[in-house]
Write a protein that binds this ligand. Structure first.
Ligand SMILES: [Zn+2]
Length: 194
């Protein structure tokens, strides 16, 4: 099997449990399993405004590293199948059940059921799924062809039935002439806490 063929398989099939070295690896990328409630506990222990700042940093780190993963996926995935591949990989990572909607030109919308990040904001009851926001920002910039604004419009951690995100080309939003100052959800959350 070629490296290319291996890369084209599902994430769950590529993931190698190297018990000798004590690591999980997808090709060059090391992964880490951690209890969901441990991760939530970390964020919930942070005082304000550090909690919002940490969520923002989490989103930015996922945007950067997740974007590198997307670039790798693009080497073996046709553009019209990239969104479906990201949804499938998210499910295999345990990041909830993702459904994308591209029906509105210049937008990439995402609905996530069962987000593992919904409790990161704890009692704040604010949109909490910063890692998903980061991944969607990285994907949407590549799909839509430019920088995007990003909202987690509804979050299960803030009383929603599920989490809904909307990424929109920054240029498209500007041309609509109704820029929403809340658009960069993670950014604006951090700013409010600063
Ligand atoms: Zn959420």
């Amino acid at each position: 099997m070629t490296a290319h063929g291996n890369a084209a398989s599902d994430f769950k099939d590529r993931l190698v449990f190297d018990l000798e070295r004590g690591e999980l690896r997808d090709g060059p990328v090391r992964y880490l399993l951690i209890r969901q409630d441990t991760l939530a506990g970390l964020f919930q222990r942070l005082p304000m405004p550090a909690q919002r700042a940490a969520l923002q940093a989490f989103a930015q780190a996922v945007e950067e590293r997740g974007g590198q993963s997307i670039d790798r996926y693009q080497e073996f995935t046709p553009p019209d199948r990239l969104v479906a591949l990201v949804a499938k990989t998210a499910s295999q990572l345990g990041w909830g059940s993702w459904r994308f909607d591209r029906s509105v030109p210049g937008q990439l919308a995402l609905e996530v059921e069962n987000s593992p990040f919904r409790e990161l904001a704890g009692d704040l009851r604010e949109p909490a799924c910063a890692p998903i926001s980061g991944m969607l920002r990285a994907l949407a910039a590549r799909i839509l062809g430019g920088p995007v604004t990003l909202d987690e419009v509804i979050c299960a951690g803030a009383g929603g039935a599920c989490c809904r995100f909307r990424a929109q080309l920054a240029s498209a939003e500007a041309s609509e002439g109704k820029h929403n100052p809340q658009s960069a959800t993670v950014q604006s959350s951090a700013d409010r806490g600063a």
